[in-house]
Design a protein around this ligand. Structure first.
Ligand SMILES: Cc1cc2nc3c(=O)[nH]c(=O)nc-3n(C[C@H](O)[C@H](O)[C@H](O)COP(=O)(O)O)c2cc1C
Length: 367
């Protein structure tokens, strides 16, 4: 299994184009991981220990989930728990189907343990994804662990209609996720980051939170932030969102900034346009988590994502103020064993610190 994963998902060892390798991985998982026998097998290799935490009135068996962008079309939802994740986020989904930006649009900087992607929210659109999810529910192929939906801006929609664009996707997917993440922070869709501007943001949030309030069951709606906003701007965004009743934050999306490359191969990868994820993002992600935790006085849950690749980086994010975590890039570079390794490490640290559970570690740095 380890070898199969390395061939499929870790093509830093192979000469496969990263996007093709990714779609092979999704096809592999959406066949193997959807079968009970496949789940059993995956679980034998990748099972994670339990380190429970309750957030948004939902029980997570441990804090670590799959970040948005990996399973854009919700094709492999049963694989993620089998690979050890306690929850997963599908999407980004937009109201209209879209192809995204021209290929190639995903690059690996191997030595830097970073990815650059310029996907541009390629996805089949909200209706197709919803139909897939209906079929999944009908066939009783729905995961027992929490599922989040990531909602993005359709490329063809102008500022005037953007609030409606987000809220109709939310409406379409409402019954098919436990929590929702509004992505206003991908760098690869023109105009998407303009949503950090107060008026546009207010429109989107009012419209989405309004949809949520009209539904019978209440579900958390979160806002995903950019690591590239200056501190004051990020705080303004957070204040506006809290004023309108946002339930939580995801910190952070990818960055347009670049580290000094560690090799010639990395230099070439990092020279491409797009958002950078992985190890070099971690420092800024932590700064944003810390800032948000202080601003919210720890009262609004934060999901930490950006360069989570080890027990140390995960613990850093939790003690900075994240209640839940996600990863993407380190799955590509390390394979799924990274998940159970991190959770095992977190369980050890929780015990060594004398905490009765991981929730006691959330924001511990600030005490
Ligand atoms: C190829 C790729 C596609 C992504 N697509 C999305 C997306 O559709 N929506 C979103 O909010 N974030 C998206 N992200 C950002 C990730 O969810 C995450 O915030 C970021 O990669 C940082 O985490 P990491 O350092 O563990 O990779 C994407 C990231 C990558 C690498």
């Amino acid at each position: 299994m380890g070898l199969a994963w390395r061939m499929l998902a870790n093509p830093s060892l192979k000469l496969i184009d990263p996007e093709r390798a990714h779609s092979h991985t999704i096809s592999f998982l959406s066949s193997i991981g959807e079968k009970t026998s496949g789940q059993f097998l995956l679980n034998q290799f990748y099972r994670s220990p339990k380190l429970p935490i309750e957030v948004f009135d939902l029980l997570f068996h441990h804090p670590l989930g799959l970040a948005a962008g990996f399973d854009k079309g919700a094709e492999a939802l049963l694989s993620w728990p089998a690979l050890g994740f306690s929850w997963s986020e599908y999407g980004g989904v937009t109201r209209y189907p879209q192809d995204g930006n021209p290929k190639p649009r995903m690059f690996r900087a191997n030595k830097d343990r970073a990815l650059v992607n310029n996907m541009g929210l390629n996805n089949p659109g909200a209706s197709v994804v919803r139909d897939r999810l209906i079929a999944r529910k009908v066939a009783e192929r729905w995961p027992k662990s929490p599922v989040a939906a990531n909602i993005g801006r359709s490329m063809k929609v102008d500022d005037e209609h953007v609030a409606d664009d987000y809220s109709s996707t939310l409406d379409v997917l409402w019954d098919y996720a436990d929590l929702f993440v509004l992505n206003i922070s991908s760098p690869n869709t023109p105009g998407l980051r303009d949503l950090h501007e107060e008026d546009l943001l207010e429109g989107v949030l009012r419209s989405c939170i309004g949809i949520g309030r009209r539904k019978q069951a209440s579900k958390p709606i979160l806002l995903k932030l950019s690591p590239d906003s200056p501190n004051e701007e990020a705080l303004d965004t957070a204040r506006v969102a809290m004023g309108l009743g946002i339930d939580g934050f995801v910190a952070t999306n990818t960055t347009v900034s670049r580290p000094i490359p560690l090799s010639t191969q990395s230099r070439k990868a990092l020279a491409h346009d797009g958002g950078l994820s992985g190890r070099p993002l971690h420092g800024r992600t932590i700064e944003i988590i810390e800032m948000l935790f202080q601003e919210t006085e720890g009262k609004v849950p934060i999901i930490g994502v950006g360069g989570i690749e080890s027990c140390e980086t995960a613990w850093n994010a939790i003690t900075s103020g994240a209640s839940l975590l996600q990863l993407y890039s380190s799955l590509v570079f390390n394979g799924p064993s990274i998940v159970s390794n991190i959770v095992r490490g977190l369980a050890k640290k929780t015990k060594e610190s004398g905490f009765s559970g991981i929730s006691e570690a959330v924001g511990y740095k600030h005490i």
